[in-house]
Write a protein that binds this ligand. Structure first.
Ligand code: SAM
Length: 208
C-alpha cells in the first residue's frame, strides 16, 4: 500500500500543539513517552540525540525548543513515519537508521541523549521481524538493550551532557544506576510514574 495513503488512515496523537501520525508498524506514544516529554529540558542550540525515535515525538519536541536533533531507530517504518511528522510539524531533524550507536560517527558528541528503551522483561525470544515487539521486548530480564546502550553512551556525550533513559521497575532500576557508575557516570531517578502493573522511571545520568 502507498505510504501516503496509509498515513491518512493512521492514528493521530496530539501533544503540546503538535500532531503525530502513528503508522501501524510504529510504537504509539504512551505513558513512558509522555514522562520523557514532560521532563525534556533542552536549551536552544544544544545537540540532541533521540535514540529509538518511534514516531519522532521526542525529537520533534526537542527541535521545537531549538535543539539540533539527530534521531535514530532500528525500525525503518519508524523513520519514515517520524520524517513525515517532522515535516508536518515544520522542524528540521536528521534521521538515521540503525542499531544503537551504529549510525553515529565515533567522534560525534551530544549535550543530551534520550532513549525510551524497550524495557519489558519477556521469556519470548525477540522476533526481530516484528517492529512493534522490538519497541518493548527487552529480553529475559528486560535489560538487553538498556545494558548495550549504557555500555557505549558515555563515548558520545559532551562533558556536561546528560543521558535521559526511560525504563520500568520490572527491569531493575538499581542495576541501571550501578551500570552508569561503572561507566564513570552518576545517575539518579529524575521522575517516576505508577501505571497499573509497573512503575516507569526516567533516569538522568551525567559524566562525573
Ligand atoms: C518504547 S519505543 C519508544 C518510541 C518513542 N521514542 C516514544 O517515546 O514514543 C522504543 C523504540 O526504540 C526502537 N529500538 C529498539 N531497539 C533499538 C535498537 N537496538 N537501536 C535503535 N532503536 C531501537 C524501537 O524500534 C522503538 O521505536
Amino acid at each position: 500500500m502507498n505510504f501516503t495513503k496509509k498515513l491518512k488512515e493512521s492514528k493521530k496523537v496530539f501533544f503540546k500543539n503538535c500532531v503525530f501520525h502513528i503508522d501501524e508498524n510504529v510504537y504509539e506514544p504512551a505513558e513512558d513517552t509522555f514522562l520523557l516529554a514532560e521532563n525534556l529540558y533542552v536549551t536552544s542550540g544544544e545537540h540532541f540525540l533521540d535514540m529509538g525515535t518511534g514516531c519522532g515525538i521526542i525529537a520533534i519536541l526537542a527541535a521545537k525548543k531549538g535543539a539540533k536533533v539527530v534521531a535514530t531507530d532500528i525500525n525503518p517504518y519508524a523513520l519514515k513515519c517520524a520524517r513525515n511528522n517532522a515535516k508536518l510539524n515544520r522542524v528540521k531533524i536528521e534521521f538515521r537508521l540503525g542499531n544503537l550507536f551504529e549510525p553515529i560517527e565515533p567522534t560525534e558528541k551530544f549535550h543530551i541523549i534520550a532513549f525510551n528503551t524497550p524495557y519489558l522483561p519477556s521469556e519470548k525470544s525477540l522476533n526481530k521481524r516484528d517492529p512493534i515487539e522490538r519497541a518493548w521486548n527487552g529480553g529475559l530480564d528486560g535489560r538487553e538493550i538498556i545494558d548495550a546502550f549504557i555500555f557505549q553512551v558515555s563515548n558520545f556525550i559532551e562533558k556536561k551532557g546528560k543521558v535521559l533513559l526511560i525504563q520500568s521497575r520490572l527491569s531493575d532500576i538499581h542495576r541501571t544506576i550501578l551500570t552508569f557508575v561503572e561507566k564513570g557516570m552518576q545517575a539518579r531517578i529524575k521522575a517516576k510514574l505508577d501505571v497499573f502493573f509497573e512503575t516507569i522511571v526516567l533516569i538522568e545520568a551525567e559524566n562525573r
